[in-house]
Write a protein that binds this ligand. Structure first.
Ligand SMILES: Nc1ncnc2c1ncn2[C@@H]1O[C@H](COP(=O)(O)OP(=O)(O)O)[C@@H](O)[C@H]1O
Ligand SMILES: [Mg+2]
Length: 252
């Protein structure tokens, strides 16, 4: 199903090999609700080696999305720290953070979050446009365009590049979002229930493509899922309960 012509990523020579790709240290998140303080995350510590596929599990409300938002630097912890690829990200100013995020992370959300006024191809290219200043050497406009086309082809949408999101099914929109997540060759991809809005056939197709891209690109993948069958495919499963780690187990 995948287009086997997709080139292997060329890592910038300046990037040092780092054994630990994600380091989370005693992460706490509290929110104020009226006069009450809600403890959403209560001291989360773990590290993820480069190349690992980690599933985050736990019942609804256990803190999975909050944790992923903190890993992505989309939210600031109350205390504790997140290091991505050796860099502390949790308390950086937005402009610095945006550059690191662009170079380091791809995201896939449950709601596809495509820009409705951009075509599929333009949506996939958007991270490239937004990171024009920070992307690695060799990331010219033409190369970005070629890679965006190759990724759309890899997810089976070569004939949909000029369609707008409203002209695409949910499964197709999520495949566009996958291509977008990988366009800058990020070392880390974060996915929050990426198949949660899809029926089982489309969900399976999106999951297969995500895992295939991930394997091919050698990314570190953190995938939030409710589905034990999906989590069973991961190298490792961390289960949250009430904002704490209930279990952390590796496949043998
Ligand atoms: N902005 C918010 N305001 C109040 N409570 C929130 C907010 N965001 C999340 N929560 C609460 O934090 C807890 C964890 O939420 P979340 O991280 O979305 O869990 P999950 O993704 O595991 O379902 C839930 O109890 C949720 O109600
Ligand atoms: Mg969630």
């Amino acid at each position: 199903m995948l287009d086997t012509t997709l080139p292997q990523p060329v890592r910038g020579s300046a990037r040092q090999p780092v054994a630990v790709m994600i380091q989370v240290t005693d992460l706490h998140k509290q929110l104020r609700s009226g006069t009450r303080t809600l403890s959403i995350l209560k001291g989360i510590t773990f590290s993820v080696p480069a190349g690992e596929f980690l599933a985050i599990m736990g019942s609804s409300g256990s803190g999975k999305s909050t944790l992923l938002g903190l890993l992505a630097g989309l939210d600031t912890p109350t205390s504790g720290d997140v290091h991505l690829n050796g860099q502390a990200i949790s308390y950086l100013a937005e402009d610095k953070l945006a550059g690191i995020r662009g170079r380091t992370l791809g995201f896939v959300f449950q709601s596809y979050q495509l820009i409705p006024t951009l075509t599929a191809l333009e949506n996939v290219l958007l991270p490239h446009e937004l990171n024009a200043d920070t992307k690695s050497p060799g990331g010219s406009q033409a190369e970005g365009l070629a890679r965006a086309r190759q990724l759309l082809s890899a997810v089976g949408l070569a004939d949909r590049t000029d369609h707008y999101p409203v002209q695409l099914s949910g499964g197709e929109q999520q495949r566009v979002a996958l291509a977008r997540a990988f366009v800058l060759q990020p070392p880390i991809v974060l996915a929050d229930e990426p198949t949660g809005n899809l029926d089982s056939a489309n969900g399976q197709a999106v999951l297969d493509l995500l895992l295939d891209l991930n394997r091919r690109e050698g990314t570190t993948l953190v995938l939030v899922t409710h589905d034990p069958a999906v989590a069973a495919l991961a190298h490792r499963r961390i289960t949250l309960k009430d904002g704490q780690i209930l279990s952390d187990e590796r496949s043998s």
